[in-house]
Design a protein around this ligand. Structure first.
Ligand code: SF4
Length: 168
């Protein structure tokens, strides 16, 4: 069985983009085939989270898509940051869709460079490391800009949440 370890963040407010959302839905379809009860539980948690988020949702609550640069989005995320991701099994603490998780989940933890932006590591990683050591561990995500190129072709510049990717 592949590892399904969920990392502490980004949780419910992970930001899947179009390709992530497609991959998550593909993972849910596969889980439906192999473990329909667990897939049903993921879908139900996602639907419930979508419903509870409809008031104050920063994007289109019907489709779940949020435009880049939406001003209220940061505040919305802060308000929901502590909520669990619907793909997280509450009993085992494991990600039910680990092999299909969004890029955000795959890259959270180490110091990463995305485009021209250097993001810090998770505060729980490298607790005793100095700045030079952290910098030496930095990795560049998608150095050739492959995902951006695909999204540009698709005309998909928006992003969503795991709940909306799975709960519709
Ligand atoms: S998709 Fe999986 S790894 Fe990502 S936040 Fe949800 S439970 Fe965690």
């Amino acid at each position: 069985m592949p590892p399904r370890v969920h990392r502490l963040l980004p949780g419910a407010v992970s930001h899947p983009r179009a390709l992530d959302a497609e991959r998550l839905r593909g993972g849910l379809a596969e889980l439906r085939r192999t473990a329909p009860e667990r897939a049903g539980a993921v879908h139900e948690r996602a639907r419930a989270q979508c419903a509870s988020w409809s008031a104050g949702f920063p994007g289109n609550p019907r489709t779940g898509w949020v435009a880049a640069g939406t001003p209220d989005e940061e505040e919305f995320c802060e308000g929901h940051r502590s909520e669990p991701c619907p793909a997280l099994d509450p009993e085992t603490g494991l990600c039910e869709l680990y092999a299909w998780r969004p890029v955000n989940c795959r890259t959270y933890g180490p110091p990463v460079r995305i485009g021209a932006e250097d993001l810090p590591p998770c505060s729980l990683c490298f607790p005793n490391a100095g700045a030079a050591e952290i910098e030496a561990a930095r990795i560049t995500v998608d150095p050739d800009g492959f995902e951006d190129a695909v999204r540009a072709c698709l005309g998909a510049d928006e992003w969503t949440y795991v709940a909306h990717a799975l709960g519709r």
